[in-house]
Ligand binder design. Structure first.
Ligand code: G1P
Length: 299
């Protein structure tokens, strides 16, 4: 896989029921972390990793995602007239020049594997990335996907982001078994979707970043419904192991599971604490709130 990785797939067709009632009208990918919607963080990570074609797999309720990435003529004109050039840049850079967005519809909610398969006509026969926007990965250095793309290009292998999770949480993740790690990567020898702690081959969990060989597509086509009756990406990756080297990669960075309430809150706090203009106020507020609760003893 020495080919450049140019295409990134964002499966965004989920219903986001966990965040109801907010997600009754706002797709969960549009929930903000400070001032940017969740999807923007994943898009920025893909663009930073060198992707120039962003493929959003949506459903018919997700107009807000398409609208967000569309050009906002009236808004841009108003900002320009008002001389608000910084804001204008922010709005224009939602998708930087030279990067294109393509929207593909997943007409039936048949699972993550099926969503990735829907992107096949746009991806074609080249290696590509998959980013699940729920998993927000925060890092001061290069983003998680950029790290993985480097490894994929150096080794020619598919690469999957992983992190160690508590054993009792294995049933929330794809779980891998690997050969011994060299530095941050180890060859995957088995992968199972959401096993119980007793069945899990390890506690190394798949996080929502993948760099995949296009060989995954015929395997996805042949994949029968698995866990939850859905076509699982994990099952197709399991079949890929017989043909190709697939590496588990322990990325540098902190992952927030923004598919859960606490993950979304943690990501918001982390980003506020790191924000140029908000950091001080956020720290002060947290100190006050925690001491008010009596959990932090501060002078
Ligand atoms: C999906 C994948 C799972 C992976 C997880 C990472 O599950 O199926 O293998 O570990 O993303 O976030 P989901 O969280 O969409 O149920």
């Amino acid at each position: 896989m020495t080919q450049r990785i140019r295409k990134a797939v964002f499966p965004v067709a989920g219903l986001g029921t966990r965040f109801l009632p907010a997600t009754k009208t706002v797709p969960k990918e549009m929930l903000p972390i400070v001032d940017r919607p969740l999807i923007q963080y994943a898009v920025d990570e893909a663009v930073e990793a060198g992707c120039d074609t962003l493929i959003f797999v949506t459903n018919r309720y997700k107009h807000a995602v398409a609208d967000y990435f569309d050009k906002a003529y009236e808004l841009e004109q108003k900002l320009e007239k008002a001389g608000k050039h910084e804001l204008l840049e922010v709005v224009r850079n939602v998708i930087p020049a030279g990067v294109r967005a393509v929207f593909v519809t997943q007409t039936e909610a048949l699972g993550l594997g099926h969503a990735v398969l829907c992107a096949r006509p746009v991806v074609g026969d080249e290696p590509f990335a998959v980013l699940l926007p729920d998993d927000l990965i925060w890092n001061r250095g290069p983003g998680a996907l950029a790290q993985m793309v480097d490894l994929a290009q150096a080794t020619g292998s598919s690469v999957i982001a992983t992190q160690v999770v508590p054993k009792e949480q294995t049933s929330s993740y794809g779980i891998v078994a690997t050969s011994e790690f060299q530095d941050r990567a180890g060859r995957i020898t088995a992968i199972v979707e959401k096993p119980s702690p007793e069945e899990a081959p390890s506690n190394l969990a798949v996080v929502g970043r993948y760099v995949l060989s296009p060989r995954i597509f015929p395997l996805l086509e042949a994949t029968a419904p698995g866990r939850g009756g859905e076509i699982q990406l994990t099952d197709a990756i399991s079949a890929l192991l017989a043909e190709d080297e697939v590496l588990a990669y322990r990325f540098q960075g902190t992952r927030f599971d923004c598919g859960t309430h606490i993950g979304l809150i943690e990501a918001t706090i982390r980003h506020a604490l790191d924000h140029e203009l908000l950091s001080e106020a956020a720290q002060g507020f947290m100190r006050d709130a925690l001491s008010e609760l009596g959990v932090l003893d501060v002078q």
